[in-house]
Design a protein. Sequence first.
Length: 247
Amino acid sequence: MKTTGNTILITGGTSGIGLGLALRLHEAGNKVIVAGRRKELLDQIAAGHPGIDTLVLDVTDPASIAGARETVTRTHPELNVLVNNAGIQLPEPLLEGDSLRVAEDTVTTNLLGPIRMVNAFLPHLTAKEDAVVINVSSGLAFVPLPITATYNATKAAIHSFTESLRVQLADTSVQVIELVPPAVRTTLMGQQDNEHAMPLEDFLTEALNLLHTQPDAKEILVDNVKFLRHATANGTYDDVLAMLSAY
């Protein structure tokens, strides 16, 4: 992936990793469109960062995705990068009554959302040079955090979907990249002050440096996530799972 001169749509871009990526990529000389559900946050981003465009988008709503495709391909026909970042992570105590609601919401947002976005935008992207789909998964795709059972499962599914997508698009102009964050200090699970999580700015610096120095990368793995990504290969899976089970 080239790291400048792109037109990039980022879902879930109003906070955390999504907003961080948007600001860094904008500063690097890319046109960035931040998409999210809350118009008031989008308005604040647009006002505070001239040059960044915004789009109201709910990835759980197929009609909203269809409308976003129509709007973005009309207003930004040069769009060549889609970053599927929108997601939720909620505690899911499986013995409690509302765990099914959490599971269903998580699947709709974290799995169906990116799949629907890819299906909506792929016809446009395959007609562009230097096109890229970046799917944001998680280190928990490889060793689960038991309290967020369905979150882990959706991220494992995104990993598998991304692998298949890459193979199917091998003969097209579209590069497929999986960005695999570790625990990062964001509000996703209220871990913005968690000393065990990676500072957001450190994550962004390392991840974007990897994108810049490894333009053909299939996965972007910062050092802090490698103990999860390679746990099975390293024979440490049971130990890592036991550690995560204590949270």
